[in-house]
Design a protein around this ligand. Sequence first.
Ligand code: AMP
Length: 112
Amino acid sequence: MSDCIFCKIAKGEIQAQILYQDEDLIAFKDLNPQAPSHILIIPFRHIENLAAAQEQDALLLGKIQLAAAKIAKELGLKDFRLVANNGKGAGQSVFHLHYHLMGGRRFLWPAG
Ligand code: AMP
């Protein structure tokens, strides 16, 4: 999508601190980190959010989770949190599917 900020990052039109990339997805540092390590993992292909994902995206969604575990390991994060905000009411502000990989501090549960 032409006006999507994460599509622009995926295309290299907007700079980001990229930590990992493969043929399907890209991971970069969040601009406004909520933890010492806060990485966003996005698919190259524009999908609005998890609710918009289709059966055909199953492999992609699995790859994102495996990439999250790999990145966490590379960052030395034994404990981490992986979050996908779905919809405005859940805190989604960028409507291109992304997972927040966060670590380096203690997290409360329930999250509130
Ligand atoms: P969400 O609120 O779940 O949609 O998360 C969007 C995230 O994107 C927020 O944590 C923002 O800090 C982050 N963000 C927005 N623009 C950028 C950017 N250009 N580079 C890196 N992170 C960004």
